[in-house]
Design a protein around this ligand. Structure first.
Ligand SMILES: *Cc1c(COP(=O)(O)O)cnc(C)c1O
Length: 409
């Protein structure tokens, strides 16, 4: 086993070696510009881009490869989807519905649009991070032009009822954008069956390269209108100008092909690892709480609050394992997790939370090692915590027998 162990697969994933092999020729001898129409260098690059478009559209079950627009990643795809719809449909209305637990790439776009005169409804979630379909219905007005709800959450792994949302959006004639950065390649995403009109995808979250992604844009039933946010040259049907990142796109396509082929096998393997991790920790430590939905969650995601321990101190002590915490300082933002707060978690438990992101290259041995190390460091830090000691005493006094039952609830 190699130290450090990488358990932060929601932040990014390692490039699959098969993806690298597919990309390499496009850095060297196959260096053509896919927009060069007059020679074989251009044709070769264009053919490679076309194949990748096929591979990606097949993974998300798009009806045509033409519906895939290449971008620099899910952040750009979210920008194009949200700003693009807001601009294209402004004659129809100015109201957008999203959710408080969305990624910053969605929330920050909505904030910008609020300053431009749009109204945004931020739907709340329940304790498991699920949105309430009835509240979604109630939030819709005559002026609603866009519903933007992610498929799976990047912190707590909760999977929203995407198909239900798609059905409602279709009934009311509203465009449905779904941020699929954590979901595509991890769970089955079918834009036709789910009624998704716009789907953001990122290659580096699914063992592809960084700096490349796509926006699926529905072309019929109904055709979605979109204003570009980047102009110049008219690439990608005018929706995203700029010379295509051919090696990146080839890698992205390969990553989709592999994900589609191995999805069901990988899912059961990751669920086994995840349950091993969870059960190992829960059986050996008290005062630990699972965040997110117990069942409706990403196969590779586990998020746990270790009460009476600072997540940041824990990460400092665990330099041999790459993890994320719900506190500030670990991400680009300075705020503690808005997602964990939205679950109604008390502030201490937000700061005590650790996100485990399991992926393709993790092993059972690494999970066992992680459980041992968590138990070791959490126990050590708690010994230094007078709060933990007095809480233990209090619990023993109150319910000596029910201690275990209390932890589970
Ligand atoms: C990672 C992520 C993004 C941003 O993707 P990039 O390709 O890194 O720009 C957007 N949304 C979600 C849910 C993510 O997990």
């Amino acid at each position: 086993m190699k130290i450090p162990v990488y358990l932060d697969n929601h932040s990014t994933t390692a490039l699959d070696p098969r993806v690298l092999d597919a990309m390499l020729p496009y850095f060297t001898e196959k260096f053509g510009n896919a927009a060069s129409r007059n020679h074989c260098f251009g044709w070769e690059a264009e053919a490679a881009v076309d194949e990748a478009r096929e591979q990606i559209s097949r993974l998300v079950r798009a009806s045509s490869p033409k519906e895939i627009i290449f971008t620099s990643g899910a952040t750009e795809s979210d920008n194009l989807a949200i700003k693009g719809v807001a601009e294209a449909y402004k004659e129809k209305g100015n109201h957008i519905i999203t959710c408080v637990t969305e990624h910053r790439a969605v929330l920050d776009n909505c904030k910008v649009l609020e300053r431009r005169g749009y109204g945004v409804t931020y739907l709340p979630v329940d304790v498991h991070g699920l949105l309430d379909i009835e509240r979604l219905c109630a939030a819709i007005t005559e002026r609603t032009i866009l519903i933007s709800i992610m498929a799976a959450n990047n912190e707590i792994g909760t999977i929203h009822p995407v198909k239900e949302i798609g059905r409602i959006a279709k009934q009311r004639g509203i465009v449905f954008h779904c941020d699929g950065a954590q979901a595509v390649g991890k769970i089955l995403m079918d834009v036709e069956e789910m009624g998704v009109d716009l789907l953001s995808i990122s290659a580096h979250k699914m063992y592809g390269p960084k700096g490349v992604g796509a926006l699926y844009v529905r072309s019929k039933r109904p055709k979605v209108r979109l204003n570009p946010i980047i102009d110049g040259g008219g690439h990608e049907r005018g929706l995203r100008s700029g010379t295509l990142n051919v090696p990146g796109i080839v890698g992205f396509g390969k990553a989709c092909e592999i994900a589609g082929r191995e999805l069901s096998e990988e899912t059961s393997r990751l669920i086994d690892l995840r349950e091993g991790l969870k059960n190992g920790i829960l059986s050996r430590l008290d005062e630990v709480y699972v965040n997110g939905h117990p069942a409706q969650r990403l196969p590779g995601n586990m998020n746990i609050s270790f009460a009476y321990v600072e997540g940041e101190s824990l990460l400092m002590a665990l330099k041999d394992i790459a993890l994320s915490s719900g506190s500030a300082c670990t991400s680009a933002s300075l705020e503690p997790s808005h997602v964990l707060r939205a679950l109604g978690l008390e502030e201490n438990l937000v700061h005590s939370s650790i996100r485990f992101g399991l992926g393709r290259f993790n092993t059972a041995e690494e999970v066992d090692y992680t459980v041992d190390r968590m138990v070791e460091e959490v126990s050590r830090l708690r010994k230094l915590s007078p709060l933990y000691e007095s809480a233990r005493r209090e619990m023993r006094r109150r319910q000596p027998r029910d201690l275990k039952a209390e932890q589970v609830s």
